[in-house]
Design a binder for this molecule. Structure first.
Ligand code: UVW
Length: 412
């Protein structure tokens, strides 16, 4: 089967589908990037380079105590929630609209992966970082099988029948999800990402990246997604629609476009919105919208995204930004040149690991952005919470925005 001539109706028992699934199963982001020519060996930077790059830049380690696992979300308290509510209420009681920001999971897109190094493309519907497989869902009960309970009620039921990567849809990263050197956020040893849990009977697990029966599973013993799930997020969100400010006819940035601090500032200015301390930043590039547009190319390893600069990191720190979300798979551009070196995902190091800033990826921003462009109001109340999955490195999320729109005409 060639690159893109599959459809959602492909028989899952089809041998070639199964092969593709097995090829990608659990191979992980690093392996997928290696296949795509972006492995550690193929780029100039080493671990020491990231240490050197970020050495003089601020961090938030110990700021909220040596046991802290919440990071910059500590900055979202009552006043920040009030700022968000004020933004939602700025045009009075009428016209407040709700927007949800999850990119839909089709539950049918396992055949997206068409060969070594290929990533989900426009016809799959489930965008995610290469190496993670879209999950397929199926009914466990429905009108074909359900037996009525006493009184007559019947139920449908369903579950994922293939692996569901917790980063494989709109999600928040645990602060310990990305690190460099041998320490994760707040100075904990990297071994917290690989804590073992033993079972006295075989359970489904992961053996060398492959699914299999195991007596031991692994997860985070700290800096997992749980603290973020328990705390939740509520604050003043600001949409920075760089896609509209700098983009093409469809208001999307081209593949590979770099988004700088200057772009964020210029976009805020053009939109007439003030960026305030402790704002949650939502960056729209237009990238994820490409996935659902059959006429457009999408490349998860070359999406438009935020790029590193010292000024950006200092600005995020000084502005006490608690969370940055974006409509791409990594918030930042995957590969970035800084000086003589190429870095892969350096902002995960500077923001997630060092500043404890939460990252929220694969957001669906199209409708929110269209409304903002229509009424010129780019700030709102943003609420969100990832699923509480113990020991997990990330959590699926469907954020909710409450946003003022144009005042409704009074009824006569
Ligand atoms: C990677 O791990 C590459 O991305 P994310 O932060 O989406 O989980």
């Amino acid at each position: 089967m060639s690159g893109h001539d599959h459809d959602h109706g492909t028989d899952p028992s089809d041998e070639s589908s199964a092969d593709r699934r097995n090829f990608m199963r659990g191979c992980g982001a690093a392996a997928a990037m290696a296949v795509a020519g972006l492995g550690v060996d193929s780029v100039a930077a080493t671990e020491a380079d990231l240490d050197a790059l970020l050495d003089d830049l601020p961090d938030n380690w110990d700021r909220w105590g040596e046991d802290d696992e919440l990071g910059a979300l500590n900055l979202l308290g009552s006043e920040e929630a009030f700022a968000g509510m004020k933004a939602a209420m700025q045009r009075g009681p009428t016209g407040i609209e709700r927007f949800t920001l999850q990119t839909p999971m089709t539950g049918e897109a396992i055949d997206a992966l068409v060969g070594e190094g290929d990533a989900p493309t426009t016809d799959t519907g489930d965008p995610m970082f290469p190496g993670r497989t879209p999950a397929r869902r199926d009914n466990a009960a429905d009108a074909r099988t359900a037996e009525p309970y006493p009184g007559g009620m019947q139920f449908s039921d369903d579950r994922f029948v293939t692996e569901f990567f917790l980063h494989g849809t709109t999600h928040m990263d645990a602060l310990g999800h990305g690190w460099y050197g041998d320490e994760v956020y707040n100075g904990r040893d990297e071994s917290v990402t690989a804590a073992s849990k033993e079972f006295d009977h075989a359970v489904p697990g992961c053996v060398d990246g492959e699914a299999g029966e195991v007596n031991e599973t692994h997860g985070h013993s700290a800096i997992d997604i749980s603290p973020l799930a328990d705390a939740g997020v509520a604050g003043r969100g600001v949409l920075l629609d760089v896609g509209r400010a700098r983009g093409d006819d469809c208001d999307r940035l081209p593949l590979g476009a770099e988004v700088t601090l200057e772009d964020l500032r210029a976009t805020a200015k053009a939109q007439g919105v003030e960026l305030r301390e402790r704002d949650i930043i939502l960056l729209r590039t237009g990238s994820i919208e490409r996935v659902t547009d059959p006429d457009t190319e999408w490349d998860p390893l070359n999406e438009p995204g935020l790029v590193f600069s010292e000024d950006l990191i200092r600005w995020v720190h000084d502005m006490e930004i608690p969370m940055i979300g974006a409509d791409n798979v990594a918030v930042e551009k995957v590969t970035q040149s800084v000086g003589d070196h190429t870095f892969v995902l350096p902002l995960h190091g500077a923001l997630l690991r060092d500043l404890g800033v939460s990252l929220n990826e694969i957001l669906w921003l199209e409708e929110l952005a269209t409304q903002c462009a229509d009424d010129g109001i780019y700030d709102f109340l943003l609420t969100s919470a990832p699923l509480h999955v113990e020991r997990a490195t990330g959590g699926p999320v469907n954020p909710v925005v409450l946003k003022a729109t144009k005042p409704k005409k009074k009824r006569s």
